[in-house]
Write a protein that binds this ligand. Structure first.
Ligand code: F2R
Ligand code: MG
Ligand code: MG
Length: 311
């Protein structure tokens, strides 16, 4: 396995492991009991909407080499299954697209300004790794194009952009304060900038930052603004640690654990690669062979794209 394959597989499996092993810890009692019954597939750990939508992004990139929005909208809609635990607005929206509505109108039909949920950001690590060697502006644009199909709200799109950029920086082996500095050099909206500046302050200080403080200051909710910077902070502080430590921290932060762990796990995997992911978790993930072949294909497509052989 070459470095590019290792990093692409690392991104995809880091995301899927975070999702599948975070999901049983998400939400309140009812959600946990429900996931106890449907979170198992033939003895394997099932992933949720986070991984399903990421698979759809990979499929469209493998076919077109860029974000072909109409194709991606159809894939999101036809893959929708309630049992993957989609957000309630996303579920309604995807049913409308499946019923024939144009995504350009459907994406503002549930919430007038579009969704600010973290569903656009949870699939953004794929964009960050695939476009890792492109410019910051290109990475941000691609992430927003991918997000806007379901998340037209500025906060939903900006969350996707910063997750994609963080993944791209991790892919290029930027770490810690250098990574956060690179992120802050972009034209990021004030709401996210304030939280990222707090992250920078924490990294510069000798303060002990526990899960409760992360939860209180950065958030742990289903809105992109309450989860994207949380995932970035956890990823940046665990890039040189074991993947299981990252997962433990996500579980301690509580709330939207599958999505925070999927985003942080994808970023971690882009830096550390597939080979550093824990085998005992990889062996238990649902549809591992399918994810592997999709990811290998994605890695090959990057090679073709870089060598300008894309037809
Ligand atoms: N759905 C789940 N988990 C179930 C947890 C339910 C939870 N207790 C709750 O608070 O709802 N997980 C999956 O959903 C998340 C991704 O969601 P996505 O794709 O962003 O969905 P949606 O429906 O677009 O947005 C989520 C909710 O955010 C609120 N919201 C969004 N935009 C809004 C707006 N403009 N105005 C008002 N509210 C808005 C709504 O409550 C949406 O339902 C991931 O965690 C994934 O794992
Ligand atoms: Mg989910
Ligand atoms: Mg979630």
């Amino acid at each position: 396995m070459n470095t590019r394959q290792d990093k692409i597989l690392g991104t995809v499996f880091g995301l899927a492991l975070g999702d599948a092993f975070g999901a049983p810890h998400e939400g309140g009692t009812i959600e946990r009991v429900l996931w106890y019954f449907i979170g198992n597939s033939l003895g394997k750990n099932r992933w949720t909407d986070d991984t399903q939508m990421s698979i759809n992004v990979i499929e469209t990139l493998n076919l077109h080499g860029h974000i072909e929005q109409d194709d991606l909208a159809k894939r999101f809609a036809s893959s929708y299954r309630w049992s993957r635990g989609y957000g309630s607005g996303a579920a309604k929206l995807l049913k409308r697209i499946k019923g024939g509505d144009d995504w350009r109108e459907a994406n503002r039909s549930i919430f007038p300004n579009g969704s600010f949920g973290n569903g656009g950001a949870m699939r953004a690590p794929i964009i960050g790794s695939f476009f890792a060697n492109d410019t910051d502006k290109e990475i941000r644009d691609k992430a927003m194009q991918c997000a806007e199909i379901t998340h037209a709200h500025d906060l939903g799109k900006e969350g996707a952009a910063i997750i994609a950029q963080t993944t791209a920086y991790a892919y290029r082996d930027l770490v810690s304060r250098d990574l956060v500095n690179a992120l802050l050099s972009n034209d990021i909206g004030t709401e996210y900038r304030l939280k990222l500046e707090l992250v920078a302050k924490w990294l510069d200080s000798s303060l002990s930052i526990d899960a409760k403080l992360i939860q209180e200051e950065l958030g742990n909710g289903i809105a992109a603004l309450d989860s994207c910077v949380t995932a970035i902070y956890i990823a940046v502080t665990h890039l040189d640690k074991d993947f299981r430590d990252l997962l433990d921290t996500c579980i301690k932060v509580k709330g939207d654990v599958d999505t925070i762990a999927a985003m942080a796990g994808g970023i971690w995997g882009a830096r550390n690669g597939y080979r550093k992911l824990p085998n005992n978790l990889l062996d238990r993930i649902e549809k591992k062979d399918y994810l592997t072949s999709l990811s290998m294909n994605l890695s090959e497509k990057i090679h073709i794209k870089r060598n300008k052989k894309w037809k």
